[in-house]
Design a protein around this ligand. Structure first.
Ligand code: 13P
Length: 284
């Protein structure tokens, strides 16, 4: 099954009332682990490359490896660029074979966010590359992106309506009370707001900051209309912890990497079970 654009993958999720999991993938091994679980569970999957990978100089090489795996995969796979704030970087992602890109202009005034989202939609039109935009500001730290609690803010309905009247991305991330990274205190997710935004006829909605949310919260978010759930920190922690433990107990490099991969697969398997995407691999 070939690599799939973000747009049809999430349109099928929205129509089917389930969500697709996005797992941020920093290494080839993490990508292999996620893909093996998605294949076993027959679930469509989004492998995302974030800003930290580009800062480390690995965007193109990692994308080449993940793309090759995606093309050979038995389930639909979207290779997605997470939280880009740069048109030149999005151009590089297009050349590197991504099938989804996120333009995160949420820090800017609405008019700028609309203009940037429109530019990216224009660049991606006809190329089979889905575009995710963001409204509101999700608190916390994700790679290079840091949003303080003062800067963070839930989206409001009037802004969503104005945005969608001007531009229509293939997916829309909306700030509804989650945060990137682990939570210091229980988050207050505004499920009513998710329902209201969904009720506006919005494109498939994206929940950022999946780490640390309970299964019940994640399930409710999907029931309210979220069509993509993003997970990064929890996978990274499982990966590093397992690697460090294996290395400390004397495992050889490849064995330690394999144990780290198994830890990633375990987290991915639990999250996929929550999304409702298991068995949906034929949804194209
Ligand atoms: P977490 O790191 O909280 O899982 O958030 C992931 C995310 O939203 C990636 O964009």
């Amino acid at each position: 099954m070939a690599i799939q654009s973000l747009a049809p993958m999430l349109a099928a999720a929205q129509a089917g009332g389930y969500a697709v999991a996005q797992f941020n993938t920093d290494t080839i091994e993490a990508g292999q682990a996620v893909l093996s679980v998605a294949t076993e569970l027959r679930a469509p999957i989004i492998l995302a490359i974030g800003q930290g990978v580009d800062r480390a100089g690995r965007l193109e090489p990692l994308a080449a490896g993940l793309r090759a795996m995606a093309e050979a995969a038995e389930v639909p796979v979207c290779l997605h660029l997470d939280h880009s704030e740069s048109l030149p970087q999005i151009g590089r992602a297009l050349r590197a074979g991504f099938s989804g890109v996120m333009i995160d202009a949420s820090a800017h005034p609405l008019a700028t966010n609309i203009a940037e989202t429109r530019s990216v939609l224009g660049i991606c039109a006809g190329l089979g590359i889905g575009v995710e935009a963001e409204l509101g500001r999700v608190a916390g730290v994700e790679d290079d992106l840091e949003v303080s609690e003062e800067e963070a803010g839930k989206v409001d309905l009037a802004t969503v309506s104005a945005f969608l009247a001007a531009v229509r991305p293939d997916a829309l991330a909306v700030a509804v009370g989650t945060a990137h990274g682990f939570y210091n205190r229980p988050p207050e997710i505004d499920f009513g707001l998710i329902r209201q935004v969904h009720g506006l006829g919005a494109p498939p909605l994206v929940l950022h900051g999946g780490t640390g949310l309970s299964d019940a919260v994640l399930r409710e978010a999907v029931a309210c209309g979220m069509a993509k759930l993003n997970f990064a920190t929890e996978l990274r922690k499982a990966n590093v912890d397992a690697f460090v433990e294996a290395a400390a107990s004397g495992s050889a490099l490849l064995d330690a990497l394999a144990k780290a991969g198994s830890a990633v697969a375990e987290v991915a398997q639990k999250k996929l079970a929550i999304t409702g995407s298991v068995g949906r691999a034929s949804a194209r």
